[in-house]
Ligand binder design. Structure first.
Ligand SMILES: *Cc1c(COP(=O)(O)O)cnc(C)c1O
Length: 460
């Protein structure tokens, strides 16, 4: 290999800065066909080494038409966070240092930073201070961890040694879920050996919140059925709505059920005084999943699994299946199902330092204010209907009460390239789903995107 660190990293830094400088102006997404990308990036497996600077330049050039600009304030699809400059910088360092966060011995710094972030996040989100945390790829894996801890805990209470005997012959676990849960919950349960027929769906209200009366009925029906998990949600991926957590925890705990909360983005509402009432009672749950790469605006990938029962968390995940603490050293691999791992907590640490509590509150509250403004601008046109109560950062919009026209508006906006938003289907109705989760989104981006949607809606 030729080329010094300075050459390749210097050139890469230039390319990165060019990208970031152009990002606010370039098309958010280009319709790059797969064949074209394969042609640009593919070809025969190279037989011979190539100069690193040339390789990096080729990658930047070839990948470019297939990049989606999710971090320049103009991307409103799915729930996609942007990236804070300080978090990006720390991510560069984490990669540069090539730290493996599996074991304390492999990176004492990564272990310490995980522990510090655990404490800071608990404080910020109002979770009990003894809560354990694992740093994961995302909320999918954080849901899996919370539910795995639940599975361990409930089966141990029932006298079943899951680690020794596995799931065959174990008491059957029933999982009470909201009808509008995220698909990752089902996958997490499936991976854990808990299939569809063990799920009890609770009806949701117009905003997608679990109905407490229906939850109470479901729990009463499940009485005597064995171990129970209630899997709640704060931050419905469509409406942003949050399950009534105080009621959910009270009802579930009366039945000795474990409460897991999918709070991928909604859990961040707990950090903001003006929004905290939406998730009131969430701190009484037993485990929580949150994302770092959504609302905290660290780069992909980062999620966090929290658990109010560290022994269950550790028993479910520990590499050595040991329960004992080892001299206060934190091994990241004991809190997630992965062994060698990226040191994801470095960017989390940098984001929390860079923002401070006030900055996190500002980021969350500003996103919600932008969402309200977006809804207001759109609903000024009688062709456009806002379908949800805009309580958080999500806005659902339907054009001319028509699925086809709504889809067409999304397609037109996407093709124009100045912004990107997608569609979702909820209750059989197609809607534009607008999410504001990027710190780079400001009033100007919202006004421009709303204008674009309105223009497309007028066109029919
Ligand atoms: C995004 C999301 C998930 C999945 O999170 P990943 O970070 O993609 O793994 C789960 N639940 C909800 C509510 C989400 O919004």
């Amino acid at each position: 290999m030729t080329g010094s660190w300075r050459d390749v990293l210097g050139r890469t830094n230039e390319l990165a800065q060019q990208y970031l400088e152009q990002a606010p102006r370039r098309a958010v997404a280009q319709p790059a066909p797969m064949e074209q990308l394969l042609q640009r990036l593919g070809g025969r497996l190279p037989e011979e080494p190539e100069d690193p600077v040339t390789v990096v330049e080729s990658l930047a050039r070839a990948a470019d038409p297939g990049l989606v600009v999710t971090n320049a304030g103009r991307y409103f699809g799915f729930v996609e966070g942007g990236v804070l400059p300080v978090a990006l910088a720390a991510d560069w360092l984490a990669t540069t240092w090539d730290q493996n966060a599996a074991f304390y011995a492999l990176s004492p710094a990564a272990a310490a930073v995980e522990e510090v972030c655990r404490g800071w996040l608990c404080e910020l989100l109002g979770l009990p201070e003894h809560v354990s945390a694992g740093f994961t790829t995302g909320a999918q894996m954080a849901n899996l961890i919370g539910l795995a801890a639940a599975r361990h805990h409930l089966l141990a209470e029932a006298g079943w040694d899951l680690e020794a005997d596995g799931l065959f012959g174990a008491p059957r676990i029933t999982v009470v879920v909201g009808r509008e849960r995220h698909a990752t919950v089902d996958r997490a349960l499936r991976v854990l050996g808990i299939g569809r027929s063990s799920l009890v769906e609770v009806a949701t209200d117009a905003q997608g919140r679990m109905r407490p009366d229906r939850l109470a009925a479901a729990l009463a029906d499940a009485a005597g059925a064995g171990p129970l998990i209630v899997c709640a949600q704060v931050g419905n991926v469509n409406t942003g709505a949050c399950d009534p957590m105080r009621e959910v925890c009270r009802l579930a705990h009366e039945r000795n059920a474990w409460v897991h909360v999918d709070g991928a983005f909604g859990l961040w509402a707990a950090a903001a005084p003006s929004l905290r009432q939406l998730v009131d009672g969430v701190q009484d749950a037993d485990s929580w999943a949150a994302d770092g790469h959504k609302w905290l605006n660290v780069a992909y990938d980062c999620g966090i699994a929290f658990c109010a029962h560290p022994r269950a968390h550790r028993a479910a995940m520990s590499l050595s299946a040991a329960y004992l603490d080892d001299a206060g050293e934190r091994n990241g691999a004991d809190w997630t199902p992965e062994s060698s791992r990226r040191a994801r907590a470095f960017p989390v640490w940098a984001a929390l330092r860079g923002l401070g509590r006030a900055g996190v509150v500002e980021l969350i509250e500003a996103s919600c204010a932008h969402a309200r403004r977006f809804a207001e601008l759109l609903s000024a046109d009688p062709r456009v209907a806002v379908l949800n109560e805009v309580v958080l950062n999500q806005v659902l919009v339907r054009v001319a009460a028509d699925d086809e026209r709504t889809r067409r508006v999304a397609a037109v906006v996407q093709a124009e390239g100045a912004t990107w938003l997608g569609t979702t289907v909820r209750d059989g109705v197609t809607a534009l789903r607008i999410s504001i989760s990027d710190h780079a989104t400001g009033p100007a981006e919202v006004a421009a995107a709303a204008e674009q949607v309105l223009r497309a809606a007028r066109r029919g």
